[in-house]
Write a protein of this length. Structure first.
Length: 553
């Protein structure tokens, strides 16, 4: 019996030691695994900054606490839904492409509760990030409406999200998704080129690199930006070297409403896709502090930009303020399959030093209604504005080899809209468009934008359909060589739906288009080709193209 008792003792001792060893091994593995303790929580009501932040029950309380940490690959910083967080989040992280760092809301699977709100009143930005890559920010609401400046920068500048690359840093893989950013106003207005003598520089999303740094792979998707003093989304490099321009930008399915300046403004970017967005009242004066001037989008010094399937509506402003305009020094910007509705500046705006750009298969409704001298406007609106402006105190030239074809354009009778063509234009094709303009038109004049003694070269208007004769003014420097006159038979002219502009008059529309080819002397055309396979609605284009943006069945 004694022997058996000793055996039982040693047996249970062995089991106990084995259990301890197993538990210790499990704990060591847990501590060694960086993914088991990399989720940090903030709870502004019940949290405490003396906590470790590693669970909902031990959450931090303030944004300032998280700003003191550098978050490693795979980490998450989660703000509690339905709560308000005052101040600014200064975020530092070191993620990887396969394991990015994330800022989001908790509970993570709760899509019904309100988003957490960062109220950055008085601070430069709600979320501010410098030299960080492989980062995803989602499901956060951000406001920053003036307030007493807590930092000098906040007096005249304000951002919902501000992301900076500087000092030679290359930031990769930035994703901003499902954000609600609104009421972004700096504490003080400053002199600007907006509607009023001073403008507010509040911006929703601002991504910027200095002359030594860059970004690669930016995604902004499913965000709402509204009520900003100035721009909604601005992405711009300060680089002179094109190799340091910002590369590979996607701006998808965002809604921008009541924006004081432009909606989307990429500058010095290469390879940009802007798709599925809505800009509604850019250049807004819904708040008297706003800039009051802005197009839905304007790329500047950009190459390879595709702008498609967007709606640009109700842009206001004394200058520019088109649905989408191509600012100077761009190459291969293609604007296609968009709705452009009631934009005061107009429909087509192509500035100087632009090469091989295009507007095609868009529907424009009542664009170009602005009148010089009315409501502070200093320029008339135009359906077609081909300019040679290349910046202040810079020699004016171009644009070069641009293509405007198969667009459907409707302008109601009470709008006096214009056409403008810079004398330095070298290469422009305007073909297969429907100009359903029932009111008067005129040729607009720009003081200082015409080079005396020069005339446009290689400019061709051909095979466009006009609702009535005289749509191109008699004093316009180029006339249509093969005009077509008639009524396209729209389903509901004057409506705001794309379906309202489906034509029914086979005789003047069906298969009446010409095949668009390169202009003489142009070896490029468009990088992605002049031939178009689908119409505005995605219907196949069969046989000869039709006139306008819609292929008749």
């Amino acid at each position: 019996m004694m022997i058996k008792s000793h055996m039982n003792y040693y047996y249970f001792l062995f089991l106990a030691l084995f259990s301890v060893f197993a538990c210790s091994k499990s704990e060591i593995q847990a501590d060694a695994d960086p993914h088991l303790k990399n989720i940090f929580y903030i709870d502004s009501r019940n949290g405490n900054d003396n906590n470790d932040g590693l669970s909902p029950s031990s959450a931090w309380k303030t944004l300032a606490m998280s700003s003191e940490h550098t978050f490693k690959s795979g980490s998450k910083l989660l703000l509690k839904r339905g709560e308000r967080f005052a101040g600014t989040l200064l975020f530092k992280a070191e993620g990887t492409k396969d394991d990015p760092v994330k800022i989001s809301a908790w509970p993570e699977n709760d899509t019904l509760s309100p988003l957490p709100v960062i109220d950055a009143k008085g601070y430069p930005a709600g979320i501010q990030i410098t030299n960080t890559g492989n980062l995803e920010i989602s499901n956060i609401e951000i406001i920053s409406d003036a307030g007493v400046p807590q930092e000098n920068e906040a007096l005249k500048k304000r951002y919902g999200i501000k992301i900076i690359a500087a000092g030679g840093y290359v930031s990769k893989n930035i994703k901003l998704k499902d954000l609600n950013i609104h009421h972004i106003f700096s504490s003080k207005n400053v002199p600007g080129g907006g509607q009023n003598p001073t403008s507010n520089t509040g911006m929703g999303i601002y991504i910027s690199s200095d002359g030594t740094s860059t970004f690669k792979d930016i995604l902004i998707e499913n965000c709402y930006v509204g009520m900003t003093g100035h721009t909604a989304i601005k992405i711009r490099s300060a680089a002179v070297d094109t190799s340091l321009y910002i590369h590979d930008v996607k701006i998808l399915n965002n809604r921008l409403k009541d924006i004081g300046g432009p909606g989307i403004q990429p500058g010095k970017c290469i390879n940009v896709l802007v798709k599925g967005n809505v800009t509604d009242h850019t250049g807004s004066l819904a708040d008297p502090r706003m800039h009051g001037r802005g197009s839905g989008i304007w790329p500047w010094h950009c190459t390879n930009v595709l702008i498609e399937h967007n709606s640009f509506m109700f842009a206001h402003g004394k200058m520019d303020s088109h649905g989408a305009h191509i600012d100077h020094h761009c190459r291969n910007v293609v604007i296609q399959y968009n709705m452009s509705i009631e934009n005061g500046g107009g429909f087509v705006e192509i500035l100087g030093e632009n090469y091989n750009c295009s507007y095609r298969y868009n529907i424009s409704i009542n664009d170009g209604w602005r009148r010089k001298g009315v409501a502070g406007a200093v320029r008339d609106g135009e359906i077609l504005f081909i300019s040679n402006y290349t910046g202040k105190n810079v020699e004016k030239e171009g644009p070069y080899n641009c293509y405007v074809y198969n667009n459907t354009i409707y302008v109601r009778e009470d709008i006096l809209t214009g056409f403008y063509l810079a004398n330095t234009t070298k290469g422009l094709l305007v073909a297969n468009n429907i100009f359903y303009i029932t009111g008067k038109t005129h040729t607009t004049v720009r003081n200082g934008s015409i080079v005396p003694g020069e005339m446009p070269q290689n400019v061709v208007f051909v095979n466009n359909l006009y609702k009535k004769a005289g749509t191109l003014p008699d004093d316009f420097p180029v006339q249509d060589s093969v005009p077509i006159f008639g009524d396209p038979g729209f389903a509901n002219p004057g409506g705001y739906a794309a379906e309202d502009y489906i034509p029914s008059n086979v005789l003047v529309v069906k298969d009446k288009g010409i095949v668009v080819s390169k202009l003489p002397g142009d070896n490029i055309g468009l990088k992605n080709g002049l031939k178009v396979e689908k119409d505005f609605f995605g219907n196949d284009i069969t046989g000869d193209p039709d006139i306008g943006a819609v292929e008749m069945k």
